[in-house]
Design a protein around this ligand. Structure first.
Ligand SMILES: [Zn+2]
Ligand SMILES: [Zn+2]
Length: 330
């Protein structure tokens, strides 16, 4: 028997169980795929949902992680060996359905996602379809670039859905909000940051990043908002955010999963307020946001963990102990 090269990977074997450190074969690239050596992989709330079994349609065991910064091991058609690439959440789409053919591949019903349907980056190596890899701007370290790939991107898409208004509320001031706050400020917007009630640390963090106001999610901002984006997976925040948004404004839900939204009086929606969700990303979003990141200096605050400490990183995210983003470094 020839010896198969092995790699370390942190895998979810069953929902609700801690990730296990496994030795598994280094995957072999098929047609159109590149094998990437993982340099850093961000930890996202969606990884928690995969670990907890909040999402349907997950196959186990799976390697989570969809904010992968890596180096191409063997050249593909698009990327040379040694090129630094980003592997995001959107891993594959059908290319032929009504959504794929109208610039909305984020809604493709056959889409496959990294770290969910496809093994992700909580490992030493990862495979990716070259067409879905993103070129990364120079000027960001490996760990610093990782949170751009989901937190940054989803914030960017949410921000576009939120419209052009000046006063923007962000509920949940974690990885996504800390990037978006910096982008919104360069667009001349005022950022209103909402954190867990009493979380003075997170509020101070938001103000350091230029928020005009920071308070608890149970508070109303000093001025009515043009739009609010929810990054916290808490359905009860939807009516609260509607309360903070002025007529004609919108509440954008940026997460993939949320607890139930409690019923609320129609008066909160009245006045042409809107509630909408943001799903996934397109490759065009990826390119547009990373082009922006190349010209707008964004400072990502990251806490690096060794790969084996993935469970600790997930626990810190769950308990709100992070300022910025957690990143695994193999
Ligand atoms: Zn499709
Ligand atoms: Zn994510």
């Amino acid at each position: 028997m020839g010896s198969v090269p092995l790699m370390r990977a942190m895998r979810v074997h069953a929902p609700g169980k801690p990730l296990a450190l496994d030795e598994v074969p280094v995957p072999k690239p098929g047609a159109g795929q590149v094998l990437v050596k993982v340099l850093a992989c961000g930890v996202c709330r969606t990884d928690l949902h995969v670990a907890d079994g909040d999402l349907t349609d997950c196959r186990y065991p799976v390697i989570p992680g969809h904010e992968i910064v890596g180096r191409v091991e063997q050249r593909g058609k698009r990327f040379a060996a040694g090129a630094r690439v980003g592997i995001p959440w959107l891993g594959w789409t059908c290319g032929e359905c009504e959504y794929c053919s109208s610039g909305r591949e984020n809604l493709c019903s056959r889409a496959r996602f990294t770290g969910y349907h496809l093994d992700g980056g909580f490992a030493e190596y990862a495979l990716a379809d070259e067409r879905f890899c993103l070129a990364l701007p120079e000027g960001y370290g490996d760990a610093e670039a990782a949170p751009l790939l989901c937190a940054g991107l989803i914030g960017y898409r949410s921000n576009a859905m939120a419209g052009e208004g000046k006063r923007l509320g962000l509920y949940g001031f974690g990885a996504a909000a800390h990037v978006l706050a910096q982008v919104a400020r360069t667009q001349g917007r005022e950022v209103y940051a909402f954190t867990r009630p009493g979380d003075a640390g997170a509020q101070a963090f938001a103000k350091r990043l230029g928020a005009a106001w920071a308070g608890g999610s149970d508070e109303l901002p000093p001025e009515a908002l043009d739009a609010a984006i929810l990054f916290a997976p808490v359905g009860a925040l939807v009516p609260r955010a509607l309360h903070a948004v002025k007529p004609g404004g919108c509440v954008v839900c940026g997460g993939i999963h949320m607890s139930d939204i409690p019923s609320f009086p129609y008066a909160l929606l009245w006045g042409e307020r809107r509630v909408l969700s943001v799903a996934n990303l397109t490759r065009a979003d990826g390119k547009a946001f990373l082009d922006l990141a190349a010209t707008t200096p964004i400072r990502t605050e990251v806490k690096a963990y060794p790969l084996e400490h993935a469970n600790e990183a997930l626990a810190d995210l769950r308990d709100g102990r992070l300022e910025g983003a957690a990143v695994l470094v193999p």
